[in-house]
Write a protein that binds this ligand. Structure first.
Ligand code: DGY
Length: 319
């Protein structure tokens, strides 16, 4: 029987590309450019499945123009805000994602950003690297200690819980807000706040781990930032549009927010140039899940979903 044809839109890990080539007829371009709307529409007539990343946007307009040949979009991401799910569903296209496997890598990056933001990592690195380090004082680069501090986590899914586990190792007190309170074994002593405002009011550190949905876009706006204790450190490894960047900038400028660690931005790629002059904002270019181990696991999960689908079984991560 002929192998199904799939389009792998970006450069996935070598192990993923090798396994894909073994089991499918693969269209993949080593140029590694994001697929445009036109690419997606044209490719849908040539392939049975696509493994896209969050860089390919399946908007309602794109989905309306997809060829009926395309049967499955097996995302290489846990976030699916780049996909209009109702539009894909109404077209009969199966959509899957890769939950779970990137929680640890993303939580590690959140920890790095939190520590880096709390301890002036950008300034410290700059002055040593540039040769400007010519004196020392006990008043020099005094930061904020995480030990014993309260960490507020918004969204206690896989990544939020992985961050809680890591932060417990730093003796942080874990608090969270979630749509539902977790069972005690998943809470592991974390304090649930049914009200987001209550969580914000006690968060010495705040980390965002909820998906970007119509309800959460712009979640951290002027009002909510104002509820944080003065000097709070904010971390975002989820999606850029959860934070109103103008409001965050204003809060950084007044020092109401003490520092921020951001892996996600409203505009990607590119980020927000207005953040660049603030060395108390540590920034990374959306690489939360970028470890080899996790890239392999994400790629294999996407392929597991495709394999199940083309075998006629239920894909484990169907949305
Ligand atoms: C995800 O999986 O959602 C990450 O942000 C990478 O796309």
């Amino acid at each position: 029987m002929a192998k199904p044809v799939i389009w792998v839109t970006r450069t996935l890990s070598n192990a993923t590309l090798e396994r894909a080539a073994r089991d499918y007829e693969v269209i993949w371009d080593a140029a590694d450019a994001p697929g445009s709307a036109e690419d997606i529409i044209a490719m849908s007539a040539k392939v049975d499945g696509i493994i896209p990343c969050h860089s390919e946007h399946f908007t309602a307009d794109v989905v309306a123009q997809l060829d009926p040949r395309l049967q499955i979009v097996a995302n290489h991401s846990v976030g699916v805000d780049h996909c209009d799910l109702p539009a894909l569903k109404s077209k009969g296209i199966t959509v899957t994602n890769t939950p779970g496997v990137l929680s640890d890598a993303t939580a590690e990056l959140a920890m790095m950003l939190m520590l880096g933001a709390a301890r002036h990592a950008v300034t410290g690195d700059r002055i040593v690297r540039s040769g400007e380090w010519d004196s020392w004082s006990p008043a020099f680069l005094v930061g904020k200690q995480v030990t014993g501090a309260r960490l507020g986590i918004i969204g206690m899914g896989g990544v939020g819980r992985a961050l809680a586990r890591k932060a417990r190792g730093f003796d942080m007190e874990i608090h969270y807000h979630n749509r539902h309170q977790l069972p005690p074994e998943d809470e592991a002593g974390a304090v649930y706040h049914e009200s987001l405002d209550d969580l914000l009011a006690i968060s010495d550190f705040l980390s965002l781990h909820c998906p970007a949905t119509p309800e959460t876009i712009g979640l951290m706006n002027n009002d909510r930032l104002a509820r944080l204790p003065k000097g709070c450190v904010i971390v975002n490894t989820a999606r850029g549009n959860l934070i109103d960047e103008t409001a965050l900038l204003a809060a950084i400028e007044t020092a109401h927010v003490g520092a921020a660690g951001l892996d996600c931005f409203a505009t990607e790629p590119g980020g927000n140039p207005a953040f660049a002059t603030h060395e108390n904002i540590v920034m990374m270019p959306h690489v939360g899940s970028a470890t080899l181990k996790t890239r392999d696991a994400m790629g294999f999960k996407a392929l597991d979903n495709l394999d199940a689908f083309f075998r006629g079984d239920e894909p484990p991560d169907r949305l």
